[in-house]
Ligand binder design. Structure first.
Ligand code: PLP
Length: 422
């Protein structure tokens, strides 16, 4: 029955992702085309993509090199699945390239369709590992407060942003998950003690929390996490879906922080979003049991039609070449310096509580008298895409091809919007 007091709103048939529909209907922004660091809307506006979409468009939009790679591959073979005895040559080739880039020595590579997928795989594999080891009580997956790990079953269940966990029943979708402190390593140790290491399969952590507000780790935190995992025989899963493939100026954030995780999840930056692709780098400690030549060797029962999709892999291979050819990782390091300087200049403004930068990831936390939501809305009108995050924070994560001039314009626009709103 239609509720007379609150009529049902209408709009496109397409249901938006992660949206409070009454709030977005009538003000949706439809992107029609894009070029480099700019997108163009259906109503004719040109916007600087200050977030690189959802932290993904690292090499910029609409690159002909990547369109060409997809076109060529689709004419050869669009894809062939990788179940059982079958493989396709592009997925095999990408596996070798990723094994060469991996901060985990001698890894195996699992490929799938994106970050949420990768998290499901990593968590399932962590649990499967301990079952195969005969340590059947080691099932709990721990994650950090304010964490975002996508929205599939595990991502929903281990979300540190409570609103992403709520509403699916009396427990989380997947049982046996728990949150640990995002900042206080002693508190993490305490939680591990309370749950008991014999019940814990893995701890999952974004090296830098993205959606939780662009929070670089406090000094010693990640090292502490690594130590706790080692001492307690717990697998460490580094979620590098945002940070992987250059956003830190290194291939992986794991390298910057000297971590040695057992599993690394990746997605977005492997293709800059030109094809849906993600995956997991798996350490020998985990894969070895699944490769033994015995009748008792277990099967990791996971896969999907599009796992190792040949066209996505062909795009990834060309994309990884582009990162190299255009020296985009050293460029990220330069841009990190420019962004740090730029955001520092906002620090003194009335209304700005704190700014944070790590790699080409920036967060501007506002005081209570300003709203990140209102500020990002105002910036759209001025021609700049930014995004409101937890903690009244504005996200800045432009493409790697951003020029110094464009970065200055972006920071200048934010400054002007803060001043105007205050
Ligand atoms: N993990 C992290 C750290 C993310 O930031 C995201 C997406 O933003 C995901 C996982 C999920 O990735 P996807 O949206 O490709 O499923």
């Amino acid at each position: 029955m239609v509720n007379e007091a609150h009529p049902v709103l209408t709009g496109p048939a397409l249901w938006s992702a992660q949206a409070h529909m009454p709030s977005v209907l009538g003000r949706q922004i439809i992107i029609e085309r894009a070029q480099g660091s700019y997108v163009f809307t259906a109503d004719g506006q040109r916007l600087f993509d200050g977030t690189a979409g959802l932290w993904h468009a690292n090499v910029g939009h609409s690159r002909p090199e990547l369109a060409e790679a997809a076109y060529t591959q689709m004419q050869r073979v669009e894809t062939y699945h990788i179940f059982g005895r079958y493989l396709n040559d592009r997925a095999v080739e990408l596996g070798e390239v990723l094994a060469g880039l991996s901060p985990i020595a001698n890894p195996k590579v699992i490929l799938n369709s994106g970050g949420s997928d990768a998290i499901d795989v990593a968590c399932k594999l962590a649990r499967r590992h301990w079952q195969a080891e005969g340590r059947r009580t080691k099932t709990a997956i721990l994650s950090r407060e304010f964490a975002y790990h996508g929205l599939h079953a595990y991502g929903t269940s281990i979300a540190g942003l409570q609103f992403n966990r709520d509403g699916y029943g009396t427990e989380s979708l997947v049982p046996e998950t728990a949150r640990v402190s995002a900042y206080d390593i002693n508190a993490v140790e305490q939680t591990v003690l309370e749950i008991g290491a014999s019940n814990i399969a893995a701890i999952v952590a974004e090296p830098i929390q993205g959606t939780g507000g662009v929070n670089p780790p406090l000094p010693g935190y990640l090292e502490g996490l690594q130590r706790i995992c080692r001492e307690n025989d717990i697998l460490l899963i580094a979620d590098e879906v945002i940070t992987g493939f250059g956003r830190m100026g290194e291939m992986f954030a794991t390298e910057r922080y000297g971590l040695q995780p057992d599993l690394i999840t990746f997605a977005k930056g492997i293709t800059s979003g030109y094809a849906p692709l993600g995956g997991v780098l798996v350490s020998p400690r985990v894969w070895e049991r699944f490769y033994r030549d015995t009748d008792e060797t277990p099967v990791f029962r996971h896969g999907a039609t599009y796992a190792g999709h040949a066209t996505a892999c062909a795009v990834a291979l060309r994309h990884l070449d582009l990162l190299e050819e255009e020296k985009l990782l050293p460029r990220v390091k330069e841009l990190e310096g420019a962004l740090t300087e730029g955001l520092k200049s906002l620090d003194g403004l009335a209304g700005v509580a704190e700014t944070r930068v790590a790699g080409l990831l920036g967060g501007i936390s506002l005081r209570e008298d300003l709203s990140a939501e209102a500020l990002t809305d105002a910036l759209i009108k001025d021609g700049f895409i930014t995004r409101p995050l937890r903690g009244n924070t504005v996200q800045v994560s432009p493409p790697f091809i951003t020029t110094n001039e464009e970065l200055r314009e972006l920071v200048g626009a934010i400054e002007a919007a803060v001043v105007a709103q205050h």
